[in-house]
Design a protein around this ligand. Sequence first.
Ligand code: ARG
Length: 399
Amino acid sequence: MTERVVLAYSGGLDTSVAIPYLAEKMNAEVIAVAVDLGQGGEDMDTIQKRAIECGAVESVVVDAKEEFAADFCVPALRANALYMDRYPLVSSLSRPLIVKHLVSTAKQVNGTVVSHGCTGKGNDQVRFEAGLAALAPDLKVVAPARDFAWTRDKAIDYAEAKNLPIETTKKNPFSIDQNLWGRAVETGFLEDIWNGPTEEVYSYTADPAQPRAADEVVITFAGGVPVKLDGRALTPYQIIAEMNARAGAQGVGRIDMVEDRLVGIKSREVYEAPGAVALIAAHMELENVTVERDLARFKRGVDQRWSELVYDGLWFSPLKDALDALIGDAQKYVSGDIRMTLHAGRAVVTGRRSEESLYDFSLATYDTGDTFDQSLAKGFVQLFSLPAKIAAARDAKHT
Ligand code: ARG
């Protein structure tokens, strides 16, 4: 039987070479699927044509920009999702959506196998295959880079031997993955973790050290979802794209870190996520104003667990669904405006206002008009500290 392989196609060298290679090796028909997640770069029509020129029997392009923004980036924002307190899950968010579209294409074209270009050393293979296991357990998976030990040099030789219409001479030292939520850069000289990133590593952000005028933005949220910038109603995609441009122009959102991969390796990653970093800072602050203390404290742990699950490829999993329910409930009153200054690599909140604010001026003020009854504090403090006081007395007996 001829296998029908549905390939996650980026248009780059590795997945382009995979088309004739899989066709030959598996005696298969290859259907290429390129998903637009707002990564910019090459035109999607060019990518679509290239797959056919490389031998795909069909080439599908999916415009998933709004879907990615609304159903993946916004949930990450509501979870203030930062893996290891820093990484806004750029690649981690995109794989489950690519999987969704691979699966729906496979249904339409009677696909029997799904293929992706990941190596065996990274997180992305896990995200693809854990997602497939949940959504379409009957589809087989093949990852040529991992399963047939493909290397870049092999891919270049093969592309030249087959005369494939792809650039093989351009030497990009980095492995780059980018989408609307940010950009990840690894390998090359960055693998020496003492080497600092040079300016050419970056493309979403300007050098934060260059002098320039500050930008001020007012972000409006409704139920934890960003809905306006400076009073203009926009879609989540438009908001994230504009924040990328404005915060990026101020050098906001550069992250250089060593991170713990799921496969056990520590790896050096350089990210730039100007929109994500600014929006998360704004959202966190609006939560500070509108979410009750204990719920807010509990949610910080939930946010962290949510980020780890998504990083680990478990987007489609029961715990992730349950945490989404809690996070969703906590967003009920996260509505209002945050004013921020974007400047010199930082996104700093300077103002907040909300109909749902729990900030009570008359309780907080040190000026006249104070309604806080300080006489209640004395007994409260004594009872609050009672357990520690008793334990300290017991400790004293043992010293
Ligand atoms: N380390 C990040 C993650 O696991 C980014 C991976 C980016 N992938 C790439 N091919 N450069 O989410």
